[in-house]
Design a protein around this ligand. Structure first.
Ligand code: YSA
Length: 354
């Protein structure tokens, strides 16, 4: 045995021992791949050693080659066995980490609810449908012609100032945010022959100071019935029935004379205040009554303006505050809550209506 074979054998034995020791501590797929590259790969230590066989004499080469191949097979087999074990441990760890515990309680989705105004509009629609009224809708941006003129409020009429109007544009034609839902009276009658029975829910806008019972944007419910022989008694009957359906039989109703240019006679319709039980509070301005709306018999001039014959047809109309009705039904003491975006208020209203 020459010095060269002795050196080769020692290097091979050292490489084998180091490789097996390193393999024993490689415990994840990345470490295994690094080990394979370092010892068995094309640029690995063992391949480098095999290339060095050429430096040995022809007599020494076969023995050294056999020894090197034996180490290569041993390391290859050891790698395969260890690799399988590491792969299965790593798969189990991965599965354990990804496991879903189906016994955990789920995350409850946050459910929204209908706005109290939306709900009240639906309820009013059902009550009036049973009395033969159809629901129609109209534009919130109106012309002065419909908002005022056809309702017997000409531009020089002092009553025009009463409606604290928000004006959109007034150069060529007067355009306003409707101050009430009453313009839909004229729009409906222009398009329909009598008999007419409609309700019109929707927004109204007024340039008005806010307080517990006044908002600058609020909702009204307009009602209109026109036919032969309609009387004030029909109007009283319909609004009294509405109050019963909405608030129950215990709620008192009050009709008093009032003035609106588009009715004759005109009335103001109120119910006893649900906040103070009629004793007087800031919502009812200490009167014990809260005005729900205005009403009356459609003025003959309004009927004539839309082409109806006032000698043949009569009708009643009303315009009620939708927020005020909700306030009286559920004891809400401030109209500003409806557009206030306070989730606690909206949740409370949803619970009360459920
Ligand atoms: C009268 C006669 C008819 O034949 C038809 C309709 C009417 C009602 C008329 N168009 C009108 O708007 N009258 S009103 O100014 O007294 O408003 C009617 C109702 O809307 C009020 O009673 C109130 O309930 C509500 N309302 C008015 N201004 C409000 C308001 N609600 C909240 N905030 C405001 N600023």
């Amino acid at each position: 045995m020459t010095n060269a074979t002795t050196t080769f054998d020692t290097t091979l034995a050292d490489l084998r021992d180091r490789a097996l020791a390193a393999l024993a501590v490689a415990d994840d797929p990345e470490a295994m791949a690094a080990w394979e590259r370092a010892y068995l790969g094309a640029k690995g230590e063992l391949t480098g050693l095999l290339r060095g066989l050429g430096a040995l004499s022809a007599a020494e080469r076969p023995g050294a080659g056999r020894a090197a191949n034996a180490v290569k097979q041993e390391l290859t087999a050891a790698f395969a066995a260890r690799n399988e074990a590491v792969a299965s441990v790593s798969l189990e760890a991965q599965l354990a980490a990804d496991a879903i515990d189906v016994t955990l309680p789920g995350r409850a989705p946050i459910l929204g609810a209908e706005h109290p105004v939306t709900r009240m509009v639906a309820e009013l629609g059902e009550i009036f449908a049973l009395m033969g009224f159809q629901t129609v809708y109209g534009p919130e941006v109106e012309t002065g012609h419909y908002n005022f003129d056809l309702l017997n409020i000409p531009s020089d009429h002092p009553a025009r100032d009463v409606w604290d109007t928000m004006i959109v544009q007034s150069e060529r034609e007067e355009i306003v945010l409707r101050t009430h839902t009453s313009p839909m009276q004229a729009r409906t009658m222009e398009q329909t022959e009598p008999p007419v029975r409609v309700i019109v829910p929707g927004r109204a806008y007024r340039y008005e100071a806010q307080d517990a019972s006044h908002e600058w944007m609020f909702h009204q419910l307009e009602g209109l019935a026109v036919d032969e022989r309609i009387t004030l008694a029909d109007l009283k009957g319909v609004l009294t029935e509405l109050a019963r359906q909405l608030f129950g039989p215990q709620r008192k109703v009050r009709f008093r004379c009032d003035f609106f240019p588009f009715v004759e006679p005109g009335v103001d319709f109120a119910v006893d205040c649900a906040i103070c039980g009629g004793g007087g509070c800031r919502v009812c301005k200490q009167t014990g009554w809260l005005e729900m709306g205005g009403a009356g018999m459609v003025h003959p001039r309004v009927l004539r303006g839309v082409g109806y014959d006032p000698d043949r047809y009569t009708g009643f109309a009303f315009g009620l505050g939708i927020e005020r009705m909700i306030m009286m039904k559920y004891g809400v003491d401030d109209v500003r809550a409806f557009a206030g975006n306070d989730l606690r208020f909206l949740r409370r209203m949803a619970r009360l209506a459920a």
